[in-house]
Write a protein that binds this ligand. Structure first.
Ligand SMILES: Cc1cc2nc3c(=O)[nH]c(=O)nc-3n(C[C@H](O)[C@H](O)[C@H](O)COP(=O)(O)OP(=O)(O)OC[C@H]3O[C@@H](n4cnc5c(N)ncnc54)[C@H](O)[C@@H]3O)c2cc1C
Length: 442
């Protein structure tokens, strides 16, 4: 029977985890619906600008906030069992070296939920013996105990993302590889579709923006004169550097047994650094500790926003020396001098969107009927690929749980960012030079 409760046509802009998962869940829940998923990159492209496109990502449910503990556990069940995802998930365990109370709080959250998770705090000496002693030389400054979550691990990110999109396309979603230049509005100011960069207009009953770091710029470009459409202080585009290093033949064996390693040390450098195995390539991936924004003045409105660099690939492969060193330093934090960063040969800047609280936005846009926003992974969104779309569709159907509706609302109280280590304060141009940064607002 036809599903008459659904709008006839939906456009989802952005095929990262939010857009891909939303498309898959939408077509699964409403098989007769018409969904168009648009991204500037084909999903089969060898590289993409999506933060979700990556060699690998950490999959864990250890969180300070029990909402994400529950969501992480729900996602992990599918990572383990869904034919779309299970092939790409590796439960290697996750080790988190932190002088804070993070580990104890994460465990208390599991206990409060009654979750069956193989997790404990272990001593530094025990940590040094894990994975054949891979973290024996990590930076344990100020550390008395370490979180070991054996029920977590990592995923082959681009492969899992591609699998989700393929599953959506196989189920009837139409994928369009094109740049969206702006939103289109009808006479009442309702969102009526999108205008592509070549001028073509695609009409739809509703549009969902899953556009990650580009969201603030796209909203201003779409309605420069209408401030209520703009993201303002809600969303900040930011970058983090990652890199990969091939291991020497004698060391490559450790990739099959090493857990994911995350280290808050050294504290003064920024946020946590991390290292994940890439066994198929014989490599390790790292991410650095420096979060940075790219502040520009919008040429049409004079508004000051952060946005990825103007180039089609966000200049993501053009990584300056200081940021390369940041990706290398993650090796130092986890492996000491036992793995040298000298051979690190691939570097990438990954551009994501953050909110001041670190909570996603999954919400109607209050400034425009027919427009919805589902993005802002805030440096932790990938792991939810198998489930986040379920909540996006609940939001679209007006069925989202009241607590999540409030937490992920477009309009919500924004906490102060002063003193928040997760809030990017460094500037891209510190590392790249003013001219290279560009406005990203073409
Ligand atoms: C270095 C780094 C490491 C991370 N590690 C982890 C991790 O280990 N585990 C974890 O859970 N999370 C991790 N994250 C966070 C996670 O990657 C992101 O939160 C998540 O991928 C964001 O998904 P998204 O769908 O919102 O955005 P994206 O994945 O960025 O997707 C947005 C998409 O929108 C498209 N788009 C934007 N504008 C337009 C337009 N105008 N026209 C057409 N297409 C457009 C882009 O091409 C892009 O494909 C990490 C982030 C970074 C930066």
């Amino acid at each position: 029977m036809a599903d008459t409760t659904q709008p006839k046509t939906t456009i989802i802009v952005g095929a990262g985890v939010f857009g891909a998962s939303a498309a898959l869940h939408h077509i699964t829940k409403h098989p007769t619906s018409s969904i168009t998923l648009i991204d500037r990159d084909p999903y089969t492209a060898p590289t993409r600008v999506a933060a979700s496109w990556d060699w690998n990502k950490v999959i864990r449910s250890d969180y300070l906030d029990p909402t994400y503990t529950r969501l992480g556990l729900e996602a992990q069940q599918l990572w383990r069992s869904s034919p779309v995802f299970q092939e790409y998930y590796h439960e290697s365990g996750v080790v988190w070296i932190s002088p804070s109370t993070f580990g104890r709080t994460a465990i208390a959250n599991f206990e409060a939920i009654g979750a069956d998770v193989d997790v404990e705090m272990i001593s530094v000496e025990e940590t040094k013996k894990l994975g054949g002693g891979c973290f024996a030389e990590a930076d344990y400054t100020g550390i008395t105990e370490v979180l070991l979550d054996r029920s977590s691990g990592w995923a082959e990110a681009k492969e899992a993302l591609g699998s989700a999109i393929r599953a959506a396309v196989d189920a009837g979603v139409r994928y369009v590889a094109a740049e969206v230049a702006g939103l289109v509005f009808d006479e009442e100011g309702r969102c009526a579709g999108v205008r592509l960069a070549d001028g073509e207009v695609l009409a739809a009953d509703r549009v969902v923006l899953c556009t990650g770091a580009y969201t603030p710029a796209l909203l201003i470009n779409s309605a420069p004169g209408d401030e209520k459409m703009h993201a303002g202080g809600r969303i900040l585009a930011f970058g983090v550097t990652e890199g990969t290093v091939p291991l020497e033949e004698g060391k490559a064996g450790m990739l099959d047994t090493m857990p994911v390693g995350i280290n808050d040390n050294p504290l003064g450098r920024g946020v946590d650094a991390g290292c994940l195995p890439l066994p198929k390539q014989g490599e390790i991936k790292t991410w650095g500790q420096i979060l940075f924004r790219n502040t520009v003045t919008h040429p049409l409105t004079g508004e000051v926003i952060s946005t990825p660099p103007v180039a089609a690939d966000y200049n993501q492969w053009d990584v300056p020396p200081v940021l390369k060193d940041d990706a290398r330093h993650a090796l130092k934090s986890l492996f000491g001098d036992s793995i040298s960063g000298e051979k690190m040969n691939k570097f990438r800047i990954c551009w994501d969107a953050a909110t001041p609280s670190g909570d996603f936005i999954v919400s109607p846009h209050s400034g425009c009927e027919g427009l919805f926003v589902a993005t802002c992974g805030s440096f932790h969104g990938f792991k939810f690929l198998p489930v986040i779309g379920k909540y996006v569709v609940q939001m679209l159907d007006g069925e989202l749980d009241a607590e999540l509706e409030k937490k992920w609302a477009w309009d919500r109280e924004l906490p102060p960012t002063e003193g928040n280590k997760q809030w990017p304060t460094r500037e891209y141009r510190e590392f790249m030079g003013q001219a290279a940064a560009g406005s990203g607002l073409s």
